[in-house]
Design a protein around this ligand. Structure first.
Ligand code: ADP
Ligand code: TPW
Length: 572
């Protein structure tokens, strides 16, 4: 009787709903930030998150929110969360989810969806789509929650799947009806759980470790290749300890730069081609033998090379070359085991090999200096990158985001890194559009300044997020290397007055875009001006964009990937 006379406010206090449960479940699993775009049916998830102390970063396009979540996952080793609306919003986020899976970054895309009983009979609902089926091929795992009491289980399962083993993108579908479903608060609280040990350690067998050590010990020209899996693993100390104790030369893939500083005496980065062509035993640490490493094939590689591969994903091994010594496990545990089981002086780089690499590095550094130090007018890529390198040298804790074709290929070589996980780029897919999303995540997750080095075409894919950057007052400086085109700005159409397919607006004022939202814009045409602008922008800690006018005739079609363009008739 007394319960029936309870005041309505008290009765309501004992109830909760799907919106609150989603946020409670995320909070319980240490989620601090959600990246997304609101609308039916998920707007209240964002509101409740904010009220509960979970930060919500609202974007202008789901692709950018998804890329931000993925980058947050890479930087923190916890799945980044992206929130999207039904059908079109969901699909907009899917590129980022697929990209995260391809790059082995942990993220969870949580999407609202429309009424199941209408969608499944294809009766034509508002934003109708069978999202679970659509997400499946692009995600590491995909799940749907059909009852409010399963929200906790669904979120636990999604987080576990994203971050354990090889990390990847996970899709979690929550229909509108489930979000609005009301449930007894006590029952709801009991339905949530906190995941214990989300990414358990995975130790290699001692005999696998000894097999790898034997190979290294008998090598004449050993080489360690560090990939972004090594950066992700946060085993910085162990990796450095093993490499320095053995003296092995190492080569960082682009997002592993800074794991050991690029000016480290054992870095073979400046003798990359020689190192690949000559190495006889190669230890891959969180790096796949995919296209970025020429599939391990000659002539780029020594045909007699033997491979040791450290990876958490057993099916990765032998995908391209026979792996003589597989080391399946998490990189931290594997490196620890290698350190423990290697006898003093058992593994050492041969002096002749060290000299060979050092000599080539010196030659290549001299060649590179000539290119970088030249001062042509109008400014070219190398001159602009020299200025950026100079400023970043004084700001080693700034994050670098990098996309474009020439802008990516040249900056990767010119801009040295000295801190782990401070470089984010187009990655395994070579995708354009990651720029502003990655930059926003780096700034939000770290509070540190970010310099996004962007081709003018690449920038356009996520450019509207300048508004997001300004709205949240993030310390991001976008540097647009503006040569007025996709690759180059001097494309010609000989048959009509339309611009050529690679042409963009020449001398476009990208700097004015950020001013529309209250940020600071600069336009520069010399390296000296760029140095001053970038130094000032970083010192201010405010959102800024520097438009750098680059010679439209500088750059190569597709950058370093020209050879991947299929040749048609008449182009033999
Ligand atoms: P890169 O492009 O830098 O060469 P890849 O993305 O090709 O690097 O390779 C990353 C590899 O790292 C993937 O095969 C992935 O399974 C692996 N990996 C990711 N995290 C870990 C980890 N913690 N321990 C071991 N391997 C990992
Ligand atoms: C999602 C194809 C690769 S690189 C690039 C495009 C469009 C832009 C190159 O011009 P940019 O750089 O940025 O001005 P630069 O330094 O050479 O002048 N769509 C997607 N991904 C890719 N990779 C493309 C298209 C592409």
């Amino acid at each position: 009787m007394s319960t029936e006379t309870t005041a309505p406010a008290d009765a309501a206090a004992k109830l909760t709903d799907g919106y609150h449960l989603v946020v409670d479940a995320l909070k319980l699993n240490d989620v601090q930030t959600i990246y997304g775009v609101v609308g039916i049916p998920i707007t209240d998830v964002a509101r409740v998150a904010q009220e509960s102390g979970v930060r919500y970063i609202g974007f202008r396009h789901e692709s950018d929110a998804g890329h931000a979540a993925a980058a947050a996952g890479f930087l923190t080793k916890k799945p980044g969360i992206c929130l999207t609306v039904s059908a079109p919003g969901f699909l907009n986020g899917l590129v980022a989810l697929a990209n995260a899976t391809t790059n082995c970054f942990p993220m969870v895309q949580i999407s609202g969806s429309s009424e199941r009983h209408i969608v499944d009979l294809k009766r034509g609902d508002y934003e109708e789509l069978d999202q679970l089926a659509a997400a499946q091929p692009f995600a590491k795992a995909a799940y749907r929650v059909n009852r409010v009491e399963d929200i906790g289980r669904g979120i636990a399962r999604a987080i576990r799947a994203a971050v354990s083993g090889r990390p990847g993108g996970v899709y979690l579908d929550i229909p509108a009806a489930v979000l609005g479903e009301v449930i007894d608060a006590e029952k709801a609280a009991a339905s949530l759980h906190r995941i214990v040990d989300p990414a358990p350690r995975h130790f290699p067998a001692p005999e696998s470790v000894d097999r790898a050590i034997d190979l290294l010990a008998n090598a004449q020209r050993p080489l360690v290749v560090l990939g972004k899996g090594a950066a992700y693993s946060q085993a910085d100390k162990e990796i450095r300890a093993f490499i320095e104790a053995t003296g092995l030369p190492f080569l960082p893939m682009s997002m592993a730069k800074g794991l050991l500083p690029d000016d480290h005496p054992q870095s073979a980065a400046k003798a990359r081609s020689l190192a690949l062509r000559r190495a006889d035993v190669v230890m891959l640490v969180g790096a796949r033998l995919n296209w970025l490493l020429g599939h391990g094939e000659p002539p780029q590689w020594n045909p007699a090379a033997q491979f040791i591969q450290i990876d958490i994903e057993p099916t990765e091994l032998d995908s391209n070359q026979p792996i003589a010594a597989p080391l399946v496990g998490d990189i931290g545990s594997v490196m620890e085991a290698l350190i423990k089981r290697t006898r003093p002086d058992q593994v050492r780089a041969q002096t002749a090999w060290q000299h060979e690499l050092a000599e080539r590095s010196a030659q290549n550094t001299a060649k590179m200096s000539q290119l970088v130090d030249a001062d042509p007018h109008p400014m070219q890529f190398y001159g602009a990158l020299r200025a950026i390198r100079h400023v970043l040298h004084d700001n080693p804790h700034a994050f670098v985001v990098n996309e474009g074709a020439n802008t990516l290929d040249l900056a990767r070589n010119v801009i040295d890194m000295s801190v782990p996980r401070h470089r984010l780029d187009s990655g395994t897919w070579g995708v354009m559009g990651i720029g502003m999303g990655y930059a926003i995540a780096a700034a939000v997750e770290s509070g540190a300044p970010v310099v996004a080095i962007e081709g003018d075409s690449a920038f356009g894919f996520s450019g509207m997020e300048l508004e997001t950057i300004c709205r949240y007052r993030l310390p991001i400086v976008v540097v647009v290397l503006n040569n007025g085109g996709v690759y180059r700005g001097d494309g010609i159409n000989t048959v009509s007055t339309d611009p050529s397919p690679t042409t963009l607006t020449l001398n476009a004022r990208h700097d004015r875009l950020i001013e529309a939202f209250g940020g600071k814009g600069y336009q520069v045409s010399t390296p000296a001006q760029l140095t001053i602008a970038l130094t000032g922008a970083l010192m201010s800690g405010r959102p800024a964009l520097i438009d750098c006018l680059i010679d439209p005739a500088d750059g190569t079609e597709s950058g370093h990937l020209t050879h991947l363009n299929p040749r048609g008739v008449g182009e033999q």
